[in-house]
Design a protein around this ligand. Structure first.
Ligand code: NDP
Length: 290
């Protein structure tokens, strides 16, 4: 590969990204605030830059993977002039607003900007199951797409630089609520002498199978009609038995009570005979009583 690429930030994630680039044969320059983290990459064939500025000037494509938004500004603000005319890909986790702010900063400085959200842990980079979400410059995504694909499956969401972050955080929201649901179940069976490991071995295939319901719910939500035939109604979806069983076990009910509350709000708003997917409305339009 003939692309001169620089990676700033060689933590667990930045190191994995740089390793994939070096192994693919790209001319890779690396920089890290604590220089010893570059040693392994140099052994693989990367060039270590003495300063962040040296690294920026060595790459047509500059990848930053630092701690947070503030550390990105701290490192890049003094280098705006060096970055002008180059492409900056920022895969540091930031909020949508922070991504947009950095995109505006880049535009003022004449820097082509692409924001990325990594949906993987470092060990997954370059392997199956890794994906990276991008938004910002379409030109940058087109030009460097094959290189970005070295890290995982690349997806592009549009010119609004905040969209990749938003999508990233939305996926994490789904993940954390699912994890809490697993913990709820594990806590319920624990007093009966069932280990969390035993529960995990049943919960994993069960929840994996249940993800098959997403598209059906999505069709109802996108169609906007919660009365279509064949749906489980909100009234039928009362979670009182689950709450009672958890309480009888002497364990907490936080995650499941949260879902029961979403159901209750729709029933109280008069939608009890409509489909379970309607709890989406409790979240989507929280102010409208429902
Ligand atoms: P690490 O803690 O391993 O690395 C952090 C990096 O940021 C180090 O290179 C550190 O330098 C550098 N850094 C922190 N503050 C500054 C600063 N003020 N100036 C210069 N450099 C600084 O974190 P990760 O590599 O795991 O994560 C990096 C980014 O990737 C984060 O935004 C994270 O959210 C994101 N990410 C990580 C995932 C993961 O599973 N690890 C998954 C998805 C996204 P030094 O070595 O000198 O301390």
């Amino acid at each position: 590969g003939g692309i001169r690429v620089s990676v700033l930030g060689l933590g667990a994630m930045g190191g994995a990204l740089a390793t994939a680039l070096v192994k693919a044969g790209h001319e890779t320059t690396v920089w890290n605030r604590s220089p010893e983290k570059a040693e392994g990459l140099v052994a693989l064939g990367a060039r270590a830059a003495a300063t962040a500025g040296d690294a920026v000037r060595s790459g047509d494509l500059v990848v930053v993977c630092l701690f947070d938004h503030a550390s990105v500004h701290e490192v890049l603000d003094p280098l705006a002039g060096d970055l002008a005319g180059r492409t900056l890909v920022n895969v540091t986790t930031t909020s949508p607003e922070q991504s947009r702010e950095l995109a505006a900063w880049a535009e003022r400085a004449g820097i082509t900007y692409l924001d990325g959200g990594i949906m993987a842990v470092p060990q997954m980079i370059g392997g199956p199951g890794s994906s990276v979400l991008y938004s910002g410059s379409a030109d940058a995504f087109r030009r460097y797409g094959p290189l970005l694909d070295l890290w995982g499956t690349s997806a592009y969401f549009g010119e609004d630089a905040g969209l990749a972050s938003l999508y990233d955080l939305a996926l994490l929201a789904g993940m954390y609520v699912m994890f809490a649901g697993f913990m709820q179940g594990a806590a319920m069976v624990a007093p009966a002498g069932i280990t969390a490991s035993d529960f995990a071995s049943r919960a994993a295939p069960w929840l994996t199978a249940m993800t098959g319901a997403f598209q059906g719910y999505a069709a109802v939500i996108d169609g906007g009609d919660y009365t279509v035939e064949g749906q489980q109604s909100l009234e039928f979806s009362d979670l009182g038995d689950i709450l009672a069983a958890a309480s009888a076990q002497g364990v907490g009910t936080g995650p499941i009570a949260m879902v029961q509350d979403l159901i209750r709000r729709q029933i109280e708003a008069g939608h009890g005979t409509e489909g379970f997917a309607r709890i989406y409305e409790s979240i989507r339009r929280p102010a409208q009583g429902a």
